[in-house]
Design a protein around this ligand. Structure first.
Ligand code: FES
Length: 224
């Protein structure tokens, strides 16, 4: 299956060295987002279509001078999704009119609580790392395929319904990795690169390459 949107970030749950239960880390390059290149800019990102519920809801990355704010796009009044922040550095919820500032604080009700803030770190290189707490508990198991006819490993995980995943091999955590094609049955053709989560556990089979890296499962984030 071919991805319909360009990749703009990956939330990675590593097989190792991230420990099971640690939150996923979304890494993206600010330079990939033209709307973040000016004095103030804001972009809304997500893993699924806007109207899909579930644990991975959209969030907003804003840049105000040297400051970076990453907040949930879910309105704290009744959970409608708010737009990215406008040039006035505000976002107004279309459901009942709550207004927020780019750091998530409430400017006007009926909402009374600020937007949830995500921890984020910007490196000098322009690489932004965002902690995605909802990925806590997203665990990946790798097993060796015991078969004389195939030399593969099985990568087992439960994908969130509607989220698209890739398998990547990486040499270290900051390495964005190389996309690996996989088969959905042990001895099948390894000719797929995207798995769309169904909410059920799945095992995907990757050829062993003999390299020294490790395999990760990456979820696709995009502007929504
Ligand atoms: S859900 Fe946003 S103002 Fe009510």
């Amino acid at each position: 299956m071919v991805a319909r949107f360009p990749w703009q970030g990956t939330a990675v749950a590593g097989v190792t060295p991230l420990a099971p239960g640690e939150p996923g880390l979304l890494r993206l390059r600010l330079a990939d987002f033209p709307s973040l290149s000016g004095a103030f800019g804001s972009v809304r990102l997500g893993f699924t279509n806007l109207n899909v519920g579930g644990p991975l809801r959209p969030f907003i990355v804003s840049k105000d001078g040297d400051a970076i704010f990453v907040v949930s796009a879910v309105c704290t009044h009744a959970s409608c999704v708010i737009p990215a922040f406008s040039s006035t550095k505000t976002s107004t919820c279309s459901c009942h009119g709550s207004r927020f500032s780019a750091n998530g604080s409430v400017l006007r009700g009926p909402a009374t609580e600020p937007l949830t803030e995500y921890e984020a770190t910007l490196e000098e290189s322009g690489l932004l790392t965002i902690v995605i707490p909802e990925f806590t508990g997203f665990q990946v198991a790798v097993s060796q395929v015991m078969s004389a006819s195939v030399n593969r490993v099985g990568v087992t995980f439960t994908g969130v319904r509607g989220v698209e995943y890739e398998i990547r091999s990486r040499t270290h955590l900051a390495d964005p990795g190389t996309v690996r094609s996989f088969a959905v049955v042990e001895a099948g053709a390894a000719n797929q690169t995207i798995h769309r989560g169904t909410g059920a556990e799945v095992t995907l089979f990757v050829d062993r390459d003999g390299g020294s890296g490790f395999l990760t499962v990456a979820a696709k984030a995009r502007t929504v």
